[in-house]
Design a protein around this ligand. Structure first.
Ligand SMILES: [Zn+2]
Length: 192
């Protein structure tokens, strides 16, 4: 007869699969045999499991907007999982953070950019130290950085703000090309 622990592992596997988790991640988090997870995958999703590589954290936050969303996800995960969350990989915190992240992103009118597999990769790298949340002293948010990043390891909100400022100055300069009274500030735009 199936014990309570076995039931809990199956329930976790189903919750992960319903949210689009890969077989390898479900196996890692539940310790269920590969054949069991593959069978569950077909039952839950009605198709055979997809093959393919997991992303890297650097790819998950390959643009400043994606870095903002990855930072939001990681902040929710740390908030829900508590202070020790970066030493373990808590599947319940992973699920809860992801559900909340989807709500927050959609509530703000932004299409979510992280799926559950991306979220797992970030959680794994937070635990190994390959990714970390850093405080921004200027805008007070915590932002995610990782090893081998595609972007400078700086705050994405400040970078986006600087970019918007540069664009506004560019539009201003384009409107008044012949005035000859270029402000000194426009020559030293911040680099993002
Ligand atoms: Zn900032």
């Amino acid at each position: 007869m199936m014990g309570l622990a076995e039931h809990a592992r199956l329930a976790l596997a189903i919750a992960l699969l319903e949210r689009g988790a890969r077989v390898s991640i479900v196996r890692h988090l539940t310790d269920l045999p590969r054949m069991v997870v593959r069978r569950l995958y077909r039952e839950v999703l009605g198709v055979a499991p997809a093959a393919g590589q997991l992303p890297t954290t650097a790819r998950v936050m390959g643009t400043r907007l994606r870095q903002v969303q990855a930072s939001l996800w990681a902040s929710l995960y740390r908030g829900l999982g508590g202070p020790g969350i970066c030493q373990i990989l808590d599947p319940q915190a992973l699920l809860a953070a992801h559900d909340l992240y989807l709500q927050v992103a959609r509530g703000q009118g932004h299409p979510p950019t992280l799926d559950l597999n991306d979220a797992w990769v970030v959680a794994r790298d937070l635990r190994s130290g390959a990714a970390e949340l850093r405080p921004c002293l200027r805008c007070q948010i915590h932002y995610l950085v990782c090893s081998e990043p595609r972007l400078p390891p700086t705050c994405p909100l400040c970078a986006l703000r600087a970019r918007a400022l540069r664009a506004a100055r560019g539009r201003e300069a384009a409107r008044a090309p012949a005035s000859g009274s270029q402000s000194p500030a426009s020559g030293r735009a911040e680099r993002a």
